[in-house]
Design a protein around this ligand. Sequence first.
Ligand SMILES: NC(=O)c1ccc[n+]([C@@H]2O[C@H](COP(=O)([O-])OP(=O)(O)OC[C@H]3O[C@@H](n4cnc5c(N)ncnc54)[C@H](OP(=O)(O)O)[C@@H]3O)[C@@H](O)[C@H]2O)c1
Length: 280
Amino acid sequence: MNEQRACSIEGRIGFLGAGSIVEAMLAGILKKQLVAPDQICVTNRSNSERLALLAQTYGVRTTHDKWEVARSSDILILAMKPKDSAEALKELAGSVKSSQLVISVIAGVSTSLIGEWLGVDCPIIRTMPNTSSAVGLSATGLAANEFASKEQLALATRLFEAIGTVYTVAEEELDIITGLSGSGPAYIYYLVEAMMGAGATAGLDREMARQLTLQTVLGAAHMLMETREEPALLRKKVTSPGGTTQAGLEVLESYQFQKAVKSAILRATERSREMGAQYR
Ligand SMILES: NC(=O)c1ccc[n+]([C@@H]2O[C@H](COP(=O)([O-])OP(=O)(O)OC[C@H]3O[C@@H](n4cnc5c(N)ncnc54)[C@H](OP(=O)(O)O)[C@@H]3O)[C@@H](O)[C@H]2O)c1
């Protein structure tokens, strides 16, 4: 009990945007009691029903006055789509002060551009969570601009630890994080689709193939995390010469599986840089 009180975050937190990442963050930070619902205010562009739902579900305050949210929040969290961000932030120019902490989850938009649009030299922490934040298992990258203090970085880290694990990097490395863990859930879904499909094609009931595949992915992730062994070593340990696993791996190798996965992540990283350049 005392431990929870000791780690609660003070001040007002405003969310500009009320979409899926904001809901994941609300669920995480309220469940961990990092903040109380009455410290939080959420706004969006126009969807009143969405605001009413968040107010009802989480007990947070909502408003259509984004200027009030921008002015009155100690921590302002920017959570709109990249395409909407220039218009949204330019509208708020002059409302944010240098004493406020701005945290952005907007993909691809740099801290310098956010500062330019808001018209202020303030601490900005840019983040790259992934969609597993919805179940509290995001792998989030986080980078601070030159105005953010160590304490502000620690504060942002605690907020994002409420929806998963957090790694602090230099801002340019966020593109790699986007290609690896940002887009990563989709690569795993793609693998799961293929494994399930193969199980069903080979004759298993589709639902059973799905459950077996999911448990296999979950079990392999736990093995990697709990044993801390290198993936190559774990792979070799389960590959008997001439056995079934070796036969399967040889087919993957013939399709250049490792090369395909590496190329996918490098291309996604490059695409993140290209998309970021559009907003510069
Ligand atoms: N979802 C994830 O797991 C995830 C992971 C990593 C990064 N992100 C990033 O997080 C951001 C939000 O993603 P999302 O999935 O939560 O999107 P989303 O569900 O589409 O929500 C976007 C929100 O932005 C609001 N908005 C748009 N223009 C606005 C404005 N001018 N002022 C205030 N609010 C405005 C929208 O309001 P209306 O509905 O009223 O239009 C909506 O509430 C994106 O930049 C995305 O790249 C998300």
